[in-house]
Design a protein around this ligand. Sequence first.
Ligand code: 13P
Length: 250
Amino acid sequence: MREKLVAGNWKMHGSLAENKALLDALVPQLASLKGASCAVCVPYPYLFQAQQALQGANVAWGAQNLSQHEKGAFTGEVSASMLVDFGCKYALVGHSERRALYGEDDATVAAKFVAAQKAGLTPILCVGETLAEREGNITEQVVARQLDAVLAVAGVAGLAKSVVAYEPVWAIGTGKTASPEQAQAVHAFIRAKVAEASADVAAGLVIQYGGSVKAANAAQLFSMPDIDGGLIGGAALSAEEFVAICRAAQ
Ligand SMILES: O=C(CO)COP(=O)(O)O
């Protein structure tokens, strides 16, 4: 049985003081979380603070991106091994904001996925369609293309050691959450596609939903058979909201 994972993506939010208040609230409230896992993916400058605050706690941590390169003359970039130095367990790869705003194509995302795994990180591979793609009825084609790019370089064995997050772009930050049925349909498609390569990997693959998940809608989303938790944006910045969402995953 898959254990649900709820991960908070803080995006470009936070300060040392705000983070301390949030992390100091999360640690005790999530200490009793059972039957589900949780994590926070913080901006690079706060990885040390997260490591200090969460060491030994029931909350893992990770990054929101990484370089596809191991080391070298890549000014401003951060490597997978640097994330490991700060105790990261996870690294988001291919978030729609990276794809849309920073031109990350499928091949780059796939290379980041491999780099993360090579260093021992668990990549959280973000996939999802834009509103135009959904309205054009090509959601499955888009998600399949994004998955195929990773399968081509990492294989289904690589996916086995990863998490997939389905995040319809039109639901991110908009308050327009996908209905549980809409999300379940794409999650089932993802699982069926992976099952073409390996039924075992598909059965064990954690597929998170992301896109305006809130405490009020989390339980209904997480009740769907192929939704294994959530990747949380705005609601992750509120201890009360994030704890409630994590508890809904138990
Ligand atoms: O992008 C997301 C998580 O990676 C979702 O953001 P929201 O929860 O704010 O819609």
